[in-house]
Design a protein around this ligand. Structure first.
Ligand SMILES: Nc1ncnc2c1ncn2[C@@H]1O[C@H](COP(=O)(O)OP(=O)(O)OP(=O)(O)O)[C@@H](O)[C@H]1O
Ligand SMILES: [Mg+2]
Length: 366
């Protein structure tokens, strides 16, 4: 028998706004059946409202008894409003931790229940991304100013050392004097190239065109293969349906190359044993928040390596300039990669443990 309780279909003025929310919203009728689900709920539960309308919510979950109990308590009016955290087990998918608010809608006939859910991991990721975003913008400004301040006197120091060297190249000056001047020139040059790298993202005007992400991946892959010929496997796992988007191809190549280089450098020991593997993986994701903006469609580009993982001591700081965990590293690779990705309104994050490091670039798609 159809439920006596009915809600207006999606799209009516009453519920139109719910589809804009990032929280999943489900309204259950007096039998615990789905009467309404917004877009975020459809994504979270992997169903479409059209197909599940009128079905019991609990029957769509592996741990549905939890929903049954919540619903029964609501029907007995044991609470008006309840907050709780639980794991949502969807058939055939990973369990997700969610924070839920359950509200009994007293003013509706036959006490339907409103269930709001938000993935706790998703919220944590958004918070972390926002923090990183703010931090990297401050860093970028600081670096730019500092690099300019260093660059200006550097030319003068080098020029003066060259003049001294010319003056001191013959007796009565001792040969060491010449060598000291040489040290100043060499160190000034080293500093100059560091400053040049720091200022690199601000130097060249962006060239924006249509970018095919797989062309970017393939370019990086061929550069890396040429560098390591043999010993390093670079596997591809591409989603060919990813559409082109507007962007600066060279910047994205540089960003990906920096990440892939780090992976190959971390894989040193594995390369010599012939066990090194990097995977370039592309995927489409829907309804994501990137740098505070909600996007309907985005691409995920993963660079996964089976190396030893990021040193725990620097794990929280790897995107900061001049933070390096390896001999001879300048600590600019990830700072630059982050700058380039953020120029495309995207973000980078990573997960790392021994045996698996996964850098993920998220870029909005049109
Ligand atoms: N895939 C990875 N596996 C292990 N450690 C990593 C990985 N990626 C980055 N790291 C660590 O993060 C540090 C910072 O990387 P970043 O690219 O910013 O600087 P760098 O590689 O040291 O110097 P460069 O400026 O030459 O790139 C690295 O030195 C390394 O210790
Ligand atoms: Mg690097």
């Amino acid at each position: 028998m159809p439920s006596p309780f009915s809600l207006p279909p999606r799209g009516t003025a009453r519920f139109a706004g719910l589809d804009l929310l990032t929280s999943a919203v489900i309204i259950l009728d007096d039998k615990g059946c789905v009467a309404f689900a917004n877009t975020a709920a459809e994504t979270m539960l992997g169903f479409s409202l059209r197909t599940v309308r009128g079905q019991r919510l609990s029957s769509m979950l592996v741990n549905g008894t939890l929903i049954d109990e919540l619903f029964a308590d609501a029907r007995r009016l044991e609470y008006a409003n309840k907050r709780l955290d639980f794991q949502l087990h969807r058939p055939g998918r990973d369990a997700v931790q969610v924070h839920a608010i359950v509200t009994v809608l007293h003013d509706e006939p036959r006490t339907p229940v409103l269930l709001e859910m938000q993935e706790t991991d998703q919220q944590r990721r958004i918070d972390r991304e926002e923090r990183l975003h703010d931090q990297s913008q401050i860093n970028r400004e600081l670096i730019r100013n500092l690099a300019h301040e260093i660059k200006n006197p550097l030319g003068g120091i080098r020029g003066a050392a060259q003049l001294l060297q010319m003056e001191m190249s013959s007796p009565p000056f001792a040969a060491e004097m010449n060598e000291y001047a040489e040290v100043i020139i060499k160190e000034a040059d080293r500093l100059q190239s560091l400053v040049d790298r720091l200022l690199a993202p601000h130097r060249r005007a962006r060239i924006v065109g249509d970018v095919n992400i797989h062309e970017v991946c393939e370019r990086v892959r061929s550069v890396m293969m040429a560098e390591y010929h043999g010993g390093l496997v670079i596997a591809r796992d591409y989603d060919a349906s990813i559409p082109e988007f507007r962007g600066d191809k060279e910047q994205l190549i540089q960003a990906l190359l920096n990440i892939a280089h780090n992976a190959s450098q971390a894989l040193g020991a594995h390369i010599s044993r012939g066990e090194a593997e990097i995977v370039l993986r592309t995927r489409i994701v829907r309804q994501v928040t990137i740098a505070r903006t909600r996007h309907r469609l985005a691409l995920e580009l993963h660079v996964v390596d089976n190396g030893p993982g990021i040193d725990a001591e620097i794990c929280d700081r790897v995107f900061l300039p001049l933070v390096s965990g390896r001999e001879g590293g300048t600590g600019l690779g990830l700072t630059l990669a982050q700058t380039f990705v953020e120029e495309h309104h995207g973000t980078i994050d990573f997960e790392s443990r021994p045996g698996l490091t996964d850098f993920r670039i998220l870029l909005p798609l049109p």
